[in-house]
Design a protein around this ligand. Structure first.
Ligand code: ZN
Length: 146
């Protein structure tokens, strides 16, 4: 049940906003991602290891831009080979740091377009865990009582 168009979702992604409502911030700091949207409570990390896809986006974007930039400068300018190599090596170190937040945001946007439904919450609110009996609680109770 997607609320926005594909364009709107990617637009929110480029602004580092929630793909679901387009208003909540994805990040609370430079590299600190919120666990869920402050507006609509959409959960950002949808499963364990969810942002591995973002690493691929970041890596792919860096390599494509570095190779394209290297060959463009190599053929279009009289830049020395070693200077060109140093330039794009530095780029390969700095660009992924800059692009980190955008790669996560774009990955989240892409995944939200493909699979907008959130997986069911295994512990929905309202169902109290007090009534669930675990062996450790029973043991604790018997130790306390006896
Ligand atoms: Zn939201």
């Amino acid at each position: 049940m997607r609320k926005h168009s594909v364009r709107g979702i990617f637009s929110a992604g480029l602004r580092l906003k929630c793909p679901s409502c387009g208003e909540g911030n994805l990040f609370s700091g430079m590299f600190k991602m919120c666990s869920e949207c402050s507006r609509c409570h959409f959960k950002f990390e949808r499963e364990m290891g969810y942002f591995v896809g973002a690493m691929y986006i970041n890596y792919g974007a860096t390599i494509i831009m570095a190779f394209a930039g290297f060959f463009a400068l190599n053929y279009l300018t009289p830049i020395a080979f070693y200077l060109n190599a140093i330039l794009w090596t530095v780029f390969c170190v700095l660009f992924p740091i800059f692009f980190f937040r955008y790669s996560r945001s774009l990955w989240l946007s892409f995944d939200y377009i493909v699979n907008p439904a959130e997986p069911p919450d295994p512990h929905p609110e309202g169902v109290s865990s007090v009534h669930q009996h675990t062996p450790s609680q029973s043991q604790e109770r018997s130790n306390r009582d006896g």
